[in-house]
Design a protein around this ligand. Sequence first.
Ligand code: NAD
Ligand code: ZN
Length: 363
Amino acid sequence: MDTMSSYQLDVGLGERSYPIFIEDGILERIGADLAKRDIASRYVVISDDYVAKLYGPTLMATLEQAGIDALLLTFPRGEASKNLQVFAELSSKLAQMGIDRKSGLIAFGGGVTGDLTGFLAASYMRGIPFVQIPTTLLSQVDSSVGGKTGVDIPEGKNLVGAFYQPKVVYIDTAVLTTLPVEEFLGGIAEVIKYGVIRDFEFYCYLERNLDAILALNPQVIQEMVHTCCRIKAEVVAEDEREADVRRILNFGHTIGHAVEAASDFSIIHGHAVAIGMVAALRLAVSSGLCKRKEAGRVATLIHSFGLPTEIPEEMDRNRIKSYIKTDKKSIGGSVFYVLPTTIGDVVITNEITDEQVDKILKK
Ligand SMILES: NC(=O)c1ccc[n+]([C@@H]2O[C@H](COP(=O)([O-])OP(=O)(O)OC[C@H]3O[C@@H](n4cnc5c(N)ncnc54)[C@H](O)[C@@H]3O)[C@@H](O)[C@H]2O)c1
Ligand SMILES: [Zn+2]
């Protein structure tokens, strides 16, 4: 089997455009490519301690081989590190290391590392360049592309941040082999999302290749990640700051976020999004926007991957409802839902009634 194939695409943002490379095993070869790019004179790699332990030596070796001056900084893994305290500690370390405006950062890890490092790059000395090397499926298909960076504060997730694009994204699908299956499936929910919002053909590809995806077939995984990045790049190029079309990426997230929060984050993001997508499809059916059969087809695929489709019995419905209302995407008191009209197309509406939502949440 040919596992050496590679994909390249570009996020078209005028002079801030940047390439995305997707390749099985590219991690070992990043140095040679990065050395050719005029991004920074030296780099600080920022990574969580777990990713640093697994893959730090490989990355540092390829950088050194290419003659790139680079140091590694780590922080404790997990969402709890995506905060202003870790941000401040890393800022101080950069200053103590004498990192100046000609230096660059390399975000090496999952979405937590990417969001934190990207925001650090956006702010340190009012902005230094950065590179993304995402290592979770979620970060490879979603968070590393598009330039949303930031940290959490006690009042809410991602409330402090900036739009700041990387200079290049390197995606090594081979690192997904060490990802816990729960994390992998969380990423798959976002993958299914892309098919439903924008690409019926890709959706069918996911149905056909379910077994190959779950078996981490390198060829299929690369093609899948490539398609997701292409869709995300297209949407971001059309609407970088989420004024209109970028909002379609929130499909499944209105109820998903509420379920995630109401579980006190014991249900991980992607799994909550899976539940949220099924709920949104049911709202679409009850609004007469989407055929019941199509909604059922997506729920079946989500279930076949081993993702949840139902809100847990015991979860407090009123808590979910109050989280839906405080969703930061609700503007002027009305909650916006991204609802499919068919597999591959969606509308954004604020015309969903409380009664409809009540019916969907019913046990
Ligand atoms: N910026 C955006 O557009 C955007 C979009 C979606 C999500 N996000 C953010 O992304 C974050 C979630 O990202 P995540 O799910 O990648 O979480 P994460 O970065 O915490 O990674 C999950 C876990 O997997 C481990 N890990 C990473 N790569 C691994 C590998 N190859 N093998 C084994 N273990 C590995 C990490 O150490 C961590 O414990 C959230 O904070 C969310 O807000 C941002
Ligand atoms: Zn998401």
